[in-house]
Design a protein around this ligand. Structure first.
Ligand SMILES: [Zn+2]
Length: 207
């Protein structure tokens, strides 16, 4: 049974509020097509991450069957305070797929992945390891050191996101095969131990 926009906004608040306390959610007929529902999610944490990351975190908090039954034709706008839907920039997935081999080749050549591993999981166990906050605050300065400009960051980070790297630790876990962080995870699992959690101690963007 279809629920009205106000009920849908209430349902969504229930799914999302524990990860994003105080999130503002509005649902109303979309002005460009009133047969479709427009849902606006606004939260201050979104100011630190790309639209595509915001969508990724939200969609994982809303049960798939609920999305199928109530939201299949809806359009979502994930906003930081002060933003409007026109400000949102989403990746062209075909373009990102097309540039992926070249971007990965460049990143491998600059040693970016090794440098990120050195920060997230230093070879010297005595060194302090960086935390992951569920964003790219460790990766971005390293990318700059590897010659990636501010203008190029959007394309480069979306290449990593489309391979499952939605935060610093996921770049290592999901995008590249050989790194200490992933090896450490599986070693702990094989020994029946709790793997170290890169998000521990930080207040991640999402869980
Ligand atoms: Zn992470």
């Amino acid at each position: 049974m279809s629920r009205c926009p106000a009920e849908i906004a209430d349902d969504l608040r229930c799914f999302i509020k524990s990860s994003y306390p105080g999130i503002d959610i509005r649902a109303e007929p979309w002005d460009q097509d009133p047969n479709r529902l427009a849902v606006c999610f606004t939260h201050e944490k979104f100011s630190l991450i790309y639209s595509y990351q915001r969508w990724h975190y939200l969609t994982h908090l809303i049960p798939a069957d609920y999305q199928e039954q109530q939201l299949s034709t809806s359009v979502w706008f994930e906003l930081a305070p002060g933003e409007s839907p026109e400000d949102l920039r989403y990746p062209d997935e075909q373009l990102i797929a097309d540039i992926t081999p070249d971007v990965m080749h460049i990143l491998q050549g600059t040693g970016f992945f090794n440098r990120l591993d050195d920060v997230m999981c230093p070879a010297d166990a005595g060194l302090t390891r960086a935390q992951c906050w569920g964003d790219f605050r460790n990766a971005k300065p390293l990318l700059h050191k590897c010659g990636i400009t501010e203008d190029e960051l959007f394309d480069v980070l979306h290449v990593l996101m489309l391979q499952g790297g939605f935060c610093d630790c996921e770049i290592l876990y999901n995008v590249v095969e050989e790194n200490r962080l992933t090896a450490e995870y599986w070693k702990a699992r094989a020994e029946g131990l709790e793997p170290p959690n890169p998000h521990k101690g930080a207040e991640p963007i999402s869980l």
